[in-house]
Design a protein around this ligand. Sequence first.
Ligand SMILES: [Zn+2]
Ligand SMILES: [Zn+2]
Length: 147
Amino acid sequence: MHWFDEHAEINPETWRALMADGDQISKNFNRSEFACKCGCGFDNISFVLVNSLQALRDFFARPVRVTSGCRCVEHNAAVGGGEKSQHLHGLAADIKVDGMTAQEVYDWFERRGWLGGLGIYESWVHADVRQQQVRGTTGDAERPACL
Ligand SMILES: [Zn+2]
Ligand SMILES: [Zn+2]
């Protein structure tokens, strides 16, 4: 199936079919990359988020590593996530891009006016698609853990 070649924008209906269908959910991302790391099976990641990460992947033509995607309540607590973390809703991903610093990745999101949540940590960037523009950094007392 080569749906991604013709569909830069994926509508929700197509997305639902893809999510029910297989592991590959965009040109370069697999659904399993976003699954909760505890093994509970929670992997209902946002298509808006994956589309944005695909845009990042395409822009720099470098692999994007998802270090954390969906998190169940237990796993989120175990990794020190915030109580209202967007990871709990499948709306967030922590990422690293091969050959790029966290700052360079963060700046890419900022330059395109990222409308959701954005955080920069020692070696990774947190991006989420909540309906609110929020920014956070390492050492921020208000948000010591992942946004
Ligand atoms: Zn879990
Ligand atoms: Zn995060």
